[in-house]
Structure formats: C-alpha cells, structure tokens
Design a protein around this ligand. Structure first.
Ligand code: PEP
Ligand code: MN
Length: 385
C-alpha cells in the first residue's frame, strides 16, 4: 500500500507472513460479493451519531449530513452495548421509527447495530437498509450464528466490525458465518483493537496489518475504516481517514453529531457535520480515483522489472539444479552452512550499499536459499516428499 508522506501516522510493515485464503466454509472460491451501494463509486461514507438520542437529534443530523455530497448513508445506534451498566443503552425499537423517518426525508439509506436475532427481525420490519455487528458481538460465535440464522433469506446489507481482540480468525469466522447465511451485500469494518496497557494515542490500536491480511485473504470483500472508534478523539479523525484511503480501504464509517459535546455516548470522538464536510473535502475531494498516465507508466516499469526478476529467479533455480546434480555425482551434502552465512553477509553488505534494508535482504535471501536447498534435495532425491 502507498502511504502519503503527509500521513501523520506511520504504517507498520507486515509483522507476519500474509495468510492465504484457507477457511473451512469459503474454500478457495472467490467470495461472491455484491455492492452495498449499487452504482456508487468508492469510497462510500456512512455518517451519523454514535447513538439515536431523540427524534429531533436524529433528524437534525440526517438533514445536515445529507447535504454533504460524499455522504452515502446515515448511521445511528439504537441498541448500545455499553461496557459498564448504567450508561445510555439507546432507545431500542422505538428509535427505528426515527431512522425510518430520516430515510424518508433525506433519501439516505440507514444503518444501525444489531446484537441479537430479535434486533435483526425488528430492523427488517422497520426497513433498515444496513445492519452492523458491533465489536462486542462479532467476537462471540454463538451470537454471530444466531444473527446469521435470522438474516437467512434476506438481501439486507451487513457490516461486520472487527472483534475487540486482535484476532484475525475470529473476525474472518464472523464474516464467514454471515456470508454462509447467504448475505452477499457484505463488508468488514476496521474499528481498531483493544490492547492492554500501553500509552498509545489511540482509543483502540489500529493494527493495520490485520485488516490488510483480511483483504489479502478475501480480496473481493470491501473493508471500511472507522476512524471514530480507532481514534477516540476528534483531532485524530482526519489523519486516520487520510491513511485509510491511502491504504486502499473501500469506505468510511464516521460518527457525526450536531452537538458533539452533548452526545450521550462517545462524545469525545464525534465531529459536527460541518467538520466532517471539511475533512471529506480535504481528503476525498483532492483524491484522484483513476490512475493517471504517469502512474500507468510507473506501473508498466514495475511490470517489466518484475518480468526480469522472474527470469533471474528461474535462472538461479536452474543453477541450483545443476549444483544438485553435481553434488549427487560427487556424493556431497546439500547444506553448507558456512557458504550460506558468507553469502548472506555479502548480499546484505552489497544490498545495503544499494539502499535496501537489512531486514528485507535477509528475508529475500533466506527465502531464495530455502527454495534452493529444496530444489537440490529434490534432485539428489533425499526429499521427504
Ligand atoms: C458504534 O459504532 O457506535 C459502536 C458501538 O461500535 P463498536 O462496536 O465498534 O464499538
Ligand atoms: Mn460509538
């Protein structure tokens, strides 16, 4: 992913190998994903208050947000899972009617959170367009399966937030359960992860590697970034939005309240529709959606260099096979550790003179060496395969 130099938050490179598509439910077939917003170009923006607090608050926010050209849908939580008892837990089913009215007045599709099968049924009856599974629900397979069963046979759009814990498999599993129920208008939401202690500026650590790994596993699945729950602070929304779009996310879900300081939940992270308009203008307004001729030219150069790299790798492995033949005829062992150590030291030194990082050089030459040893073993026929 390309990161703009202006992003104030640094991207951490992949810490682990990318995991490939490997799931008992989805096998190797591409996901058959249908658009959440047919005919709308990415990035789409779902905006609205954390909670539906009153009819007036919902309608005022929806009206003001509907005036922003980049806003695609309206959100508001009606059932609010709160960490501690005693907080504002939402107005429940009664507030669905406020969302329905917001949709009728503004034409924006409306979204809310569901945590149980009865929430799903109430939303379907009220004509809610988009349902999301919150971070406290998506980590519970029983709850997710109950919701999936309630969704079966419908065409409603469903977003699955990452679970609170930094666990790619739990997130992927929740997505597979919803997809397995036949939901095709589906997307993942990256809302950050809870990590114990630490002095991070974020409310929830973004751990960008995890959503990127999800995208590698399911390339067809749109991933939406939620800067509000990652940042937890108004001033972090713009840099997070910028980074999410630079990274290639398909959309955004952002909390916006007309009077953020008075919000009954998540006050510190909500921004006014006016501020949201400024951020979207700064970030999306100046973003080109089509590759430019210059970018096409640079990509063509990369393609040409990659062809050379492939030829060189194939030539290198052909030499390894010859070495294997020779070692077999001379009864020599394949692995010669001192030769390998000398080789790595030499390549790292020469590579660093070319401006390549030591970590990168070691990764590449270790991988090449592993394959070279495997090739020689196959030739010598000492391979276990
Ligand atoms: C929300 O979107 O308001 C919400 C409760 O989110 P999460 O489940 O990500 O905490
Ligand atoms: Mn919230």
């Amino acid at each position: 992913p390309k990161i703009s130099p202006s992003a104030t938050i640094r991207f951490r490179p992949f810490a682990t190998r990318l995991s490939h598509r490997c799931s008992p439910t989805l096998s190797n077939k591409p996901m058959d994903v249908k658009p959440i917003f047919p005919g709308k170009a990415a990035p789409f923006v779902i905006a609205g208050p954390c909670s539906a607090e009153s009819r007036e608050q919902v309608l005022e926010a929806a009206r003001r947000l509907s005036l922003l050209p980049s806003v695609t849908a309206f959100r508001a939580g009606v059932w609010k899972p709160r960490t501690h008892p005693g907080g504002f837990e939402g107005h429940g089913g009664e507030a669905l009617e406020w969302l329905r009215q917001a949709k009728a007045e503004t034409g924006l599709p409306v979204a809310t959170e569901v945590a149980t099968a009865s929430h799903v049924e109430a939303c379907l009856r009220a004509g809610i367009d988009i349902l999301w599974l919150g971070a406290r629900t998506s980590g519970n397979p029983f709850a997710v399966q109950e919701i999936a069963d309630a969704l079966r046979g419908t065409d409603v759009a469903v977003l699955i937030k990452n679970p609170i814990s930094p666990d790619l498999e739990l997130w992927a599993g929740a997505i597979e359960r919803i997809y397995g129920a036949g939901i095709r208008r589906i997307a993942a939401v990256h809302r950050g992860f809870s990590t114990f202690g630490g002095t991070s500026q974020y409310r929830n650590a973004p751990l960008w590697t995890i959503p990127l790994q999800l995208s590698v596993r399911y390339p067809e699945l749109p991933v939406i970034h939620d800067p509000s729950h990652v940042g937890g602070r108004r001033d972090l929304i713009e840099p997070l939005v910028r980074q999410a779009l630079d990274t290639g996310f398909s959309g955004l879900i952002i909390e916006s309240h007309c009077h953020p300081d008075e919000a009954l939940s998540d006050a510190a992270q909500q921004i006014t529709p006016k501020r949201l308009g400024e951020i979207l203008g700064n970030v999306i307004g100046r973003r080109r959606s089509q590759p430019t001729p210059h970018l096409e030219k640079l990509r063509a150069e990369i393609d040409a260099v990659d062809s050379e790299l492939l030829d060189i790798l194939a030539r290198r492995m052909a030499i390894s096979r010859n070495i294997g033949e020779y070692k077999r005829s001379e009864s020599m062992s394949v692995l010669q550790a001192t030769r390998f150590n000398d080789l790595i030291a030499d390549r790292c030194k020469r590579g660093s003179n070319l401006g390549l990082s030591d970590k990168f050089l070691r990764t590449v030459f270790n991988a090449i060496h592993d394959e070279s040893v495997a090739t020689q073993l196959r030739v010598i026929d000492r391979s276990p395969e």
